[in-house]
Ligand binder design. Structure first.
Ligand code: LLP
Length: 422
């Protein structure tokens, strides 16, 4: 049985599949459910009903080739932010015409590579980027399809590090500058205007910031039309949150239906860039308890596990809360539950995966960290010279390694001793 039940959004804790994978593949490892990924993507698709749409999965959330391939097969487009992500999407079978390129700092090389493969749209974030792209497109004898990413100055009310739609953030173009830039762009030989984009942040758990942003943007769309600059699509970004703890984010259906109602009869295709809402609930991180120890005078224990902040950075970086539970019921040596901080082997006090968790666990138990399919592996690093962990995909009763655990040799494969002489 697949260890994920989409209806209840629960991984089966009792299921032996996770224990089997932990044994065969080892820990730590990320596990993704193929059907959960598909169903999350399809829930966005179904919400559009007859309205023209394009779902551009935000690759940064989880960029494993197998994950991208599952979504490409459903017909997904992709939101990329680097040349690396561009090449991953192409390698995974993504359609270049359905790729959109976001980001404030695209290099000349990245822009040129994107044009050469026939990218669907480049979201421009500054006047300088517009002129750089124009020159590159002219040199290649092409017209680059673009949208401007506008910063609607809306507070997404999520963590400050992942809010992007406020005036003081580095992202997008100021509302006041938008019309002039669009007009300038119509005069550039290497540029073809396709749309308008915005993205206000991530892990947004209520509809109001999304509605506020759209309400601010729509008059701009009308003004552009009046200036004779009609748009083909409106890219409303990503950002829909998931339930990590007790948040109650709108469902994809509710989110899309609300925004379509707000859009009214405008004949604009809607592009969206969800990352977390597709990938987070489809993945868990398995980790084994190595040691348990008591420290200080508090009635609290440390469970030292084999995963660390380099494997899952969200708790250390954003103080993010993710549920941690044993994959199989176990009786602690104390006979009852106790309070634990779940920490890794990395030499930093910020290296924790969860704090103050009431658990009944013992050394050797395998724990799962839920909702780890997004911004888990993709933000992992080799800090403390720790090889990056394996990734596994499950479908029905089968599972397959989709990324090998790195070896110690992988750690210094690209390094050399300094042998040059004076
Ligand atoms: N589009 C753009 C332009 C973005 O910058 C992002 C995310 C997305 C789409 C996808 O947003 P999502 O649907 O996944 O919320 N590492 C952080 C999240 C950073 C999000 C950055 N941008 C975390 O672990 O919470």
């Amino acid at each position: 049985m697949e260890p994920f039940n989409l209806k209840s959004q629960q991984w089966y804790v009792e299921d032996t599949a996770l224990a089997l994978i932990a044994r065969e593949v080892g820990t730590p490892c990320y596990i993704y459910s193929k059907s959960a990924l598909e169903q999350r993507w399809q829930s966005f698709q179904q919400a559009f009903k007859n309205h023209p749409y394009q779902i551009n999965y935000a690759v940064k959330a989880n960029s494993n080739l197998a994950v991208l391939n599952v979504l490409a097969k459903l017909g997904s487009g992709f939101d990329i932010v680097s040349g690396g992500e561009l090449h991953r999407v192409l390698k995974a079978g993504g359609d270049p015409k359905k790729i959109i390129f976001s980001g404030v700092g695209k290099s000349a090389q990245e822009l040129s590579d994107a044009l050469k493969v026939g990218i669907g749209c480049i979201n421009i974030e500054s006047e300088m980027e517009l002129s750089r792209l124009n020159e590159i497109a002219i040199a290649l004898g092409q017209k680059a399809k673009i949208a401007f990413r506008i910063n609607p100055n809306v507070d997404s009310k999520s963590h400050p590090y992942i809010s992007t739609g406020l005036e003081e953030n580095k992202f997008g173009i100021r509302m006041e500058d938008a019309l002039l830039l669009y007009q300038q762009a119509t005069e550039l030989a290497g540029i073809e205007i396709e749309g308008l984009a915005y993205h206000i942040g991530s892990q947004i758990t209520s509809l109001s910031p999304f509605i506020e942003a759209l309400q601010k943007i729509l008059p701009l769309v009308q003004s552009l039309k009046q200036l004779g600059i009609p748009l083909k699509h409106l890219d409303i970004g990503g950002g829909l949150g998931v339930c990590y703890q007790s948040e109650t984010p709108p469902s994809p259906e509710e989110y899309i239906a609300t925004l379509l109602a707000e859009l009214g009869p405008l004949p604009l295709a809607i592009h969206i860039e969800p990352g977390r809402a597709i990938a987070a609930p489809a993945g868990v991180l398995l980790t084994r308890v190595e040691y348990i120890k008591k420290q200080g005078t508090q009635n609290k224990y440390f469970a030292i596990v084999d995963a660390a902040m380099n494997d899952l950075l969200r708790p250390a970086l954003y103080n993010a809360w993710q549920e941690i539970i044993p994959i199989q019921p176990t009786v602690a040596p104390t006979g009852s539950s106790a309070l634990y901080d779940i920490v890794g082997p990395v030499c930093e006090t910020s290296d924790f995966l969860g704090k103050d968790r009431l658990l009944s666990i013992k050394a050797g138990d395998v724990l799962m960290i839920r909702n780890a399919g997004a911004y888990g592996f993709s933000m992992s690093s080799n800090y403390n010279s720790r090889p990056r962990v394996a990734e596994v995909m499950v479908e029905g009763k089968t599972f397959q390694i989709i990324r090998e655990r790195e070896t110690v040799e992988d750690l210094f494969r690209t390094e050399y001793l300094f042998t040059a002489t004076k």
